[in-house]
Design a protein around this ligand. Sequence first.
Ligand code: S3P
Length: 171
Amino acid sequence: MRNVILIGFMGSGKTTVGLRLSYRLRRPVIDTDKMIEKEEKRTISELFAAEGEESFRAKETQCLRKLLKNTGSYIISVGGGLPLRKENRLLLHELGQVFYLRADAETIYERIKGDRTRPLLQCSDPKTKIRTMMERRDAYYRDAADVILQVDGKSFEQILDEIEAKVKQMC
Ligand code: S3P
């Protein structure tokens, strides 16, 4: 069985869906942000502040390369910007089935307004920034995805049902 990989914009629900899917499918879950924070012994915000975004992006690629060496079958949720690199999109395809959790900018804004843990959204107008970033990123997410799931207005149970059905179909 291949890995199930969750991609999408910040706040699209990757981490929560990943955890719940892990219980349902009885497979361990890995989150690339958490993996990097553990290895670096600092938070993503600290990493961005100390070394900048490019250095973080390089660590994301290293992370995927490490995951490729794992045997077994995992649920993997990845940072929202990871699929922007072409190299990473190819690595994601090698790693498993890629699900794009796609949400409208409004949904994302409502979920993550007030969040202080995402360095790229610490600005005076996060709403506009979210919209601009999402427009730019959508094509990359689509390119990386095997399945696109529109998640607006859906419960976690519905999302999990849809993913589970696709995983079974693709097995
Ligand atoms: C980022 C998303 C974050 C984290 C970092 C950069 C992005 O992960 O990797 O803050 O560029 O979209 P989440 O999508 O889990 O919030």
